[in-house]
Design a protein around this ligand. Structure first.
Ligand SMILES: [Zn+2]
Length: 288
């Protein structure tokens, strides 16, 4: 089936008490690995690329690869642009075929965040493209965006409600204590805050920083209203470690297939594990 907007799949996930895995990919093999994982488990899928990867590969190449994957399979697949601060790049990605975009103006004051998000919603909604915005500041390093621990800021539930009302944004990523990258110790997720936000806002909520959150914490966040979980760092590590293992055994290896095939397999297994955690197995059937 063609690429779809992530809005209906995320609404179904929130209503159904499960979550959709959104995986950052940087190469064709990574994209194929998460698609194979979703096909094998009948999970709806969100393929994501960061701004850095879009600039590295070009939005047309990424959209073309995602479109081929989507057309070849019977599961709903959305292609999402992660953490974008540039309006022009968002428009370019939509033109290339992206079906979901994130406008991240969380570093700006509330009114400016509203203004920038509204501007994106106005171009994306008529194109049938999902929009995600962020309130508060998720800590850690995500591509070119760096937020120090002491600058990370939790989202205010009343502001979340006001923000959704003012912008009409269909999905919201409130900062609730998770961080990008790998956690030193356990993440300090503010579950009470997720519950309060979900009580005031009926759009699907997005959990950023999904690498290494303990299983029971993911389940609790999902039960409270988190309908999308972003996973990036953990997958990069799994993929790269598999390549390193090949070179450790055979430093002279020079056939990319010899190290890409095991890397792809390792990533696929990690993605399946995340989909199991999200509770998305078998949910693709609901979209046929
Ligand atoms: Zn993020």
């Amino acid at each position: 089936m063609p690429l779809v907007s992530s809005t209906p799949m995320l609404q179904a996930a929130r209503a159904g008490g499960y979550c959709i895995g959104a995986f950052n990919v940087h190469t064709l093999e990574m994209l194929q690995a998460v698609v194979e994982a979703a096909v094998e488990t009948e999970s709806p899928l969100i393929i994501q690329s960061t701004v850095g990867t879009v600039k590295h590969l070009g939005p047309d190449y990424i959209a073309a690869a995602a479109t081929v994957a989507s057309n070849a399979n019977r599961i709903p697949i959305a292609l999402h642009l992660d953490h974008c601060t540039e309006f022009d790049l968002i428009v370019r990605c939509i033109r290339a075929g992206y079906t979901s975009v994130m406008i991240d103006a969380s570093h700006s004051p509330f009114e400016e965040n509203v203004r920038q998000t509204l501007k994106v919603v106005e171009v994306a909604k008529p194109a049938g493209v999902n929009v995600e915005a962020e309130l508060g500041k998720v800590g850690g390093v995500e591509d070119e965006i760096v937020v120090a621990d002491n600058e990370a800021l939790m989202a205010d539930p009343d502001e979340c409600a006001k923000f959704v009302e003012l912008t009409g944004v269909p999905t919201l990523a409130p900062a609730i204590g998770t961080a990008h990258g790998i956690y030193k110790g356990e993440p300090k997720i503010d579950f009470e805050r997720i519950g309060r936000i979900a009580g005031l806002v009926d759009v699907p909520l997005v959990l950023h920083g999904g690498s290494g959150i303990p299983e029971e914490q993911v389940r609790r966040a999902v039960s409270l209203g988190m309908a999308k979980m972003n996973v990036a760092t953990e997958l990069r590590i799994v993929f790269s470690d598999a390549i390193k293992a090949v070179f450790a055994k055979n430093p002279e290896e020079n056939d990319p297939r010899k190290y890409m095939v095991p890397a792809k397999q390792a990533l696929k297994e990690a993605a399946i594990e995340k989909m199991r955690l999200c509770g998305s197995f078998g949910k693709a059937k609901d979209f046929r």
